[in-house]
Design a protein around this ligand. Structure first.
Ligand code: AQP
Length: 337
């Protein structure tokens, strides 16, 4: 299935909530474009999702829905692998080996850990602290050249590079040192309720995000409530007009146009007209994805087959890397002289 002359991309997404348009514009949509030019490996990272508490039945439902949503967005199982992270045990195993080659100091600098741990109070899981090492394992298992992610993951990709370089230096060249890839638009979509904060699927305020499976009336209502400012003019200024600039960015992503083009289309509108326009553009963009999503969810055996076949293929690549790493570290090799 893979072409040896093409570079490899890997990216993961957590089933920690239903996907938002930020996950779509910032990540999944780029994957769909990239799969034509790269050997592509995508993963529903359920091991990452349990770094914060999850209800087992909800996690199960979301995991399969997330996989269906990725396929509905245009990931083609003939071109790309798509599987659950927990189906390939090499992710957890390499994580441990990399843990023993990572430093507490570098981990403590991770801003996502600092932000997420605040919400956890006295019950911060060790896994939340270790999240970036597991992410490094995900990436490095597949000899990944490029990791397409949103802006929020820059620091984690940088850590994966450092871990790879250190391992290569301490033992001998083993890992490909990956590069981050950030889409031209949509790499940081902000919350509709607080444009100072990024849009997150696990936000407690459901008005803060648009879900990919939200129906048109819900979408229109959420945009109606979106926080803007006390001015009346629609224009792009990320410092002064965070709410309006975020809506312009969302509009440009949904329509597939640039921000200056979006600005030109919407200048002169009242805020109410502008919000309606953004809502319509987003609902139009999600409509066909929602139709495909329903069809995929109505044929579970076919959906599961895609995920199982992909996991088999991923396992064979990942296990090769894992064996190589075990050997370099000095684990006993049976039958060796
Ligand atoms: N606000 C965002 N704008 C653009 N891209 C985003 N991504 C996330 N938020 C934005 C990108 O979506 C991909 C999947 O992210 P993830 O599931 O691994 O976790 P995350 O980055 O922590 O995403 P969320 O939605 O904020 O999840 P929760 O609420 O569970 O923490 C990544 O490529 C990410 O960059």
């Amino acid at each position: 299935m893979f072409d040896k002359d093409k570079k490899i991309i890997f990216s993961g997404i957590q089933p920690s909530g239903d996907f938002t348009i930020a996950n779509y514009f910032g990540a999944i949509r780029n994957w769909v474009l990239l799969q034509n030019d790269y050997n592509s490996i995508f993963c529903v990272v359920d091991l990452h999702a349990i770094t914060v508490p999850q209800e087992p039945a909800v996690l199960r439902r979301r995991s399969i829905e997330c996989a269906a949503m990725i396929l509905a967005s245009g990931i083609d199982p003939e071109k790309s692998l798509l599987f659950f992270q927990s189906s390939v045990s090499a992710h957890s195993e390499l994580c441990w080996l990399l843990n023993c080659n990572s430093y507490m100091g570098e981990m403590a600098r991770m801003t996502q850990y600092k932000e997420k741990s605040v919400k956890q109070g006295d019950t911060i899981r060790v896994g939340l602290f270790d999240y970036p090492v597991l992410m490094a394992a995900d990436i490095l298992l597949y000899n990944t050249d490029i990791v397409p992610v949103g802006d929020d993951q820059t620091q984690h990709v940088e850590l994966a590079r450092n871990i790879a370089e250190r391992f290569n230096h301490n033992y001998s060249p083993t890992f490909v040192v990956p590069e981050g890839y950030y889409g031209k638009a949509g790499s940081r979509i902000m919350s509709l309720a607080n444009p100072e904060k990024k849009m997150s699927k696990s936000d407690e305020n459901t008005n803060a995000f648009i879900l990919m499976k939200d129906k048109r009336d819900v979408i229109m209502n959420k945009f109606k409530r979106a926080v803007t400012d006390s001015e009346t003019e629609v224009y792009y200024d990320k410092e002064k007009k965070k709410g309006i600039s975020n809506l312009l960015e969302i509009y440009s992503c949904a329509k597939g146009i640039t921000i200056p083009e979006a600005e030109a289309e919407c200048r002169g509108m009242s805020y109410a007209e502008f919000k309606e326009c953004v809502g319509t553009a987003v609902a139009d963009c999600l409509d066909p994805i929602q139709v495909r999503f329903e069809a995929l969810m109505n044929d579970k055996p076919a959906l599961e087959k895609i995920l199982m076949d992909s996991a088999d293929a991923a396992r064979s690549i990942a296990n090769k890397t894992l064996r190589k790493v075990q050997k370099k570290i000095g684990f006993y090799q049976f039958g060796s002289k």
